[in-house]
Write a protein that binds this ligand. Structure first.
Ligand code: SF4
Length: 193
């Protein structure tokens, strides 16, 4: 892991003197993660990392990457998404989050992922949080109705995009937003929500 980290060029980091600090933080994060999670022995078999998926929902193509797919001792699958944020999702926010729900849907609708088996656990891992020597986790319950609920949520989002309904979120973090340059709210802070 450290060798891969050292190959990173951090091209996006500006000003460039910050690269050394970013590199140090990444190596610390990987070291802490290895010591707390990997060295003691993983509780599951890792089947895939950075697993790409692509499937159709009605006329919409959905694509993405699942950070890690584990086979649990009981044969079921666990889907993991790594979060580098310091801020943990609240438990109820994690339950409502769309990202893991989309991954679970991919594991039903992409034949080669479906062939791996049934998903029973959906987990966000926070390597920057190490309470009690373990990284912090947030989960989402894999309920029987989750796939259909997720399909309906995605259909609602697609309809909103097609009809150009873009509501500002009062809690949006503009720092990393790709649309800052064209966003009226970012330039004129008093644009009503
Ligand atoms: S820049 Fe605009 S679109 Fe981007 S997060 Fe901020 S308010 Fe939202």
């Amino acid at each position: 892991m450290l060798e891969l980290a050292r190959e990173q060029s951090f091209e996006d980091v500006k000003p460039r003197p910050l690269v050394a600090e970013q590199r140090r933080l990444l190596e610390k994060l990987l070291g802490d993660y290895f010591a707390s999670e990997v060295a003691p022995g993983l509780d599951a078999e890792v089947l895939a990392v950075e697993q790409r998926f692509r499937f159709e929902l009605d006329t919409t193509t959905l694509t993405g990457y699942i950070d890690r797919i584990d086979r649990l001792p009981d044969g079921h699958l666990r889907l993991i998404d790594y979060k580098t944020s310091k801020k943990l999702l609240k438990v109820e926010e994690a339950e409502q989050d769309l990202q893991l729900a989309l991954y679970a849907l991919a594991c039903l609708d992409v034949p080669e992922l479906c062939a791996l088996g049934d998903v029973s656990e959906l987990v966000y891992l926070y390597p920057r949080h190490l309470p009690y020597g373990r990284v912090a986790r947030r989960g989402q319950t894999m309920t029987p109705d989750l796939p259909n609920r997720t399909r309906e949520r995605i259909r609602g989002l697609v309809d909103a995009i097609v009809s150009e309904q873009f509501e500002f979120s009062p809690t949006a973090d503009c720092k990393w937003c790709d649309f800052k340059n064209i966003c009226p709210r970012h330039h004129l802070k008093d644009v009503p929500l």
